[in-house]
Design a protein around this ligand. Structure first.
Ligand code: PGA
Length: 254
């Protein structure tokens, strides 16, 4: 079994200097002996500052997006080798905010997944249903479509590099997290799809929960063996609450 994974998604918050300040405060609170894997995904403009500030720590860096070509005339885009060069080891793909505001569909996300994998960047693929889809009983179908579309033609060998984040859209930034039962049900479905499509062992892939995770609900969520960590937005912007969530993941191992 892999250790739990906590990913902090800063979204479009914090300048490079605010990022440096965060890391200074965070490293004072975070136990370096923690068995929990911790990843921080700042905006592109803070990657270099965080790469430098995290040099002697065990915290890894992720990007929040990447383009699917490795170089070329793509004004405004960032390639996988550029992220590798800044020390990124993983990249968040298919986040609902990218799907919703930037029109990213499963096809584009799939191209990004392949591009990331071919440059040794581990994709953290986000999937999740809208409230109206849940209410219409379409959750399982939506999740299946996003998974199979986003991971199309990924080899079984590459699948073990992938992390899935189940993020119900209605829970993101709303303060209304999924219940542990709701999350567990979808995580089981995701595990079953991965096992039946890629013959990947469930324990080889971490499935994170995301959507209003905070220090008050983390303990309960991590009690589920199906929940292998979290993708945290708002609550990761404060060193104290981020450290508390990492602490909950640590306690879940006991
Ligand atoms: P939230 O965001 O924790 O603020 O709900 C989670 C995410 O969007 O990844």
């Amino acid at each position: 079994m892999q250790p739990p994974l906590i990913v902090g998604n800063w979204k479009m918050y914090k300048t490079a200097s605010e990022g440096r300040e965060f890391i200074r405060d965070f490293l004072k609170l975070h136990t370096s002996q923690s068995p929990v894997d911790v990843v921080i995904a700042p905006p592109f403009t803070a990657l270099q500052a965080l790469h430098d500030a995290l040099q002697s720590s065990s915290i890894s860096l992720a990007a929040q997006n990447v383009f699917c070509e490795h170089e070329g005339a793509f004004t405004g885009e960032i390639s996988p080798p550029m992220l590798r060069d800044l020390g990124c080891t993983s990249v968040i793909l298919g986040h609902s905010e990218r799907r919703q505001h930037f029109g990213e569909d499963n096809d584009l996300i799939n191209r990004k997944v392949h591009s990331a994998l071919s440059h040794q960047l581990r994709p953290i693929l986000c999937v999740g249903e809208l409230l109206e889809e849940r209410e219409a009983g379409q959750t399982n179908a939506v999740i299946k479509k996003q998974l199979l579309g986003g991971l199309k033609d990924v080899s079984a060998e590459h699948m073990v590099q992938v992390t899935i984040a189940y993020e119900p859209v209605w829970a993101i930034g709303t303060g209304k997290a999924a219940t542990v039962d709701q999350a567990t049900e979808v995580h089981s479905l995701i595990g079953a799809i991965l096992e039946s499509t890629w013959e990947t062992k469930r324990e080889a892939i971490r499935i994170l929960y995301g959507g209003s995770v905070n220090p008050d609900n983390a303990d309960i969520l991590f009690q589920s063996p199906q929940i292998n960590g979290a993708l945290v937005g708002k609550a990761c912007l404060n060193p104290d609450s981020f450290v508390k969530i990492i602490g909950s993941a640590h306690r879940s191992l006991n």
